[in-house]
Design a protein around this ligand. Sequence first.
Ligand code: PLP
Length: 414
Amino acid sequence: MLFQNSLGFAQRLDAEDSLAHFRDEFHLLEDKIYLCGNSLGLQPKAARAAVEQEFADWQKYGVEAHFEGKNPWFHYHKFLTEKTASVVGALPHEVVVMNNLTTNLHLLMVSFYRPTSSRYKIIMEGRAFPSDQYAMETQVRHHGLNPDDCIVELYPREGEHTLRTEDIMAAILEHGERVALVMMGGINYFTGQAFDMKLITAAAHSIGAYAGFDLAHAAGNLVLQLHQWDVDFACWCSYKYLNSGPGGTSGVFIHDRNAKDTSIPRFGGWWGHDEGSRFQMLKGFKPTPSAEGWQLSNAQVFPMAIHNASLEIFERAGMQNLRSKSEKLTGFLEFLLEEGNTKMEFEIITPKNIRERGCQLSLLYKENGRAAFDRLLQNNILADWREPNVIRMGPTPLYNTFVEMWQTAEAMKD
Ligand SMILES: *Cc1c(COP(=O)(O)O)cnc(C)c1O
């Protein structure tokens, strides 16, 4: 698309935007342009009523709300299943919502990282989000192994900021049969680079390794096809692009062939036990033959109520439509920022190719990045500062406008 650097052009794009009305479904910050949807999505107005419904049922029914409530708590997690499956391109029995992201990462590693004397390596991106680094490191130590021997971190080439797909492929093949697991982000939180999950999964499978993804920055951002891509497992949080509130619950994907395989080792809890015999409370863990077989605890109704209300918006908007707008919105911001960057104060390190990014742009400053960030703040624009010198902007198609992109770029010029 050919963009123009004018307020009128931005206004025209907003007028033509068929998703523009979704902005009214969010509590926007007073007088602020919010570009932090990649950290904590804004509050959907429907969230409060969804939680209040559960408060009301708790008040009215006590424990009996598990069966008598408007949305019976006994299988509350199931209210989220279809919508979750459609957001990540999965079959319903391949997904479950439970716990928090890092907890789920560990639970999935228990099942899908079982090193042997000959196959013990994990391939991951260098400078992954710290929680992922710590999860890999401590999982390796948990098996009595040394992270230096087991974890292969991939770094960009000298002078480059993002990984080349060909280099990821080459590393997977190079380490070959020693690799137990290829574990990547769907999108790197720092650079905004989106990885080719289909290719990476195929490469991992070609050497007999599992392929898993942390989709914290990809869920609700990219059009995902986890089932078709043959991904083994994935997990994500719900509070970034999925707008489900601070510390919100997490989603899990386990591919059909793994989800149904009750012989796969795991850590068990009563909610993962076969539903038909769960309340016989007998000895002997018998996992549900689906992603639900990884559940530990009964449903976290309150965070799930918020998440359900938010997923309902995604269901109405449609991931394809959101992505189409998102490509335009981010493309427009990129165009405007580049136009204003006449003194080359920063470099956008997020890939230019839209297939290699989501909505986020990361601006790397040579110097004075913090001053530029403060200038944005003074102009009531909330972006995100990452040490040592990066500004991240995550415009989201549900509640950001093209005019906001123009205003942001204008503020950068001051
Ligand atoms: C945001 C994020 C997390 C956060 O994990 P929590 O368990 O939800 O606190 C983990 N990994 C990645 C890649 C993230 O972007």
